[in-house]
Design a binder for this molecule. Structure first.
Ligand code: ZN
Length: 161
């Protein structure tokens, strides 16, 4: 297991500067099928891109993963795509565990506090928590009382917006 405690990641360098711990890393699992045409074994490496992902804070410091993400091209259909990173929250520049950490905390803490702690933008945290709320809302409905009091509605809204 590596210093990130994430399966199949290779940490090439780490350092601490002030309040930020940075890991240079790459994900060791390469794709073998093209996500566009599905053909196996026709991919080749087509460059790489450095992307910064925020991770869960640890020991009072922000954690940043500077990942070298590989780009691939398909010989069959010509499609290019980035390496799939299962530990990264889809559509967000943060790890899944960082997103889970933020979602878990957004009931009790302010976005400003969480932003200071993780380095994630307040607006991103708000969007993340609102998206999560939208996802769980329908599942909650059957358990809700038939008539919701104003206070209860306000409370739900305040918690997530
Ligand atoms: Zn293809």
């Amino acid at each position: 297991m590596n210093a990130l405690c994430l399966d199949d990641w290779i940490v090439t360098k780490q350092n601490v500067e002030g309040q930020i711990r940075t890991f240079q890393a790459e994900f060791g699992v390469m794709p073998d099928a093209c996500p566009k045409c599905g053909v196996v074994g026709r991919l080749y490496k087509h460059g790489a891109k450095e992307i910064e992902y925020k991770d869960t804070p640890a020991f009072g410091k922000k954690v940043v993963i500077v990942a070298t993400v590989k780009r691939f091209k398909c010989r069959e259909c010509g499609a290019t795509f980035m390496q799939h990173l299962p530990d990264i929250q889809p559509g967000r520049e943060m790890t899944r565990r960082c997103a889970e950490h933020l979602i878990e905390q957004c009931r009790e803490r302010t976005y400003a506090e969480m932003s200071r702690e993780t380095g994630v933008d307040e607006s991103v945290i708000r969007a993340l928590c609102n998206a999560e709320y939208e996802k769980i809302k329908p599942a909650r409905r059957p358990q809700a009382p038939e008539v919701l009091g104003i206070d209860e509605l306000t409370l739900h809204r305040r918690r997530f917006v």
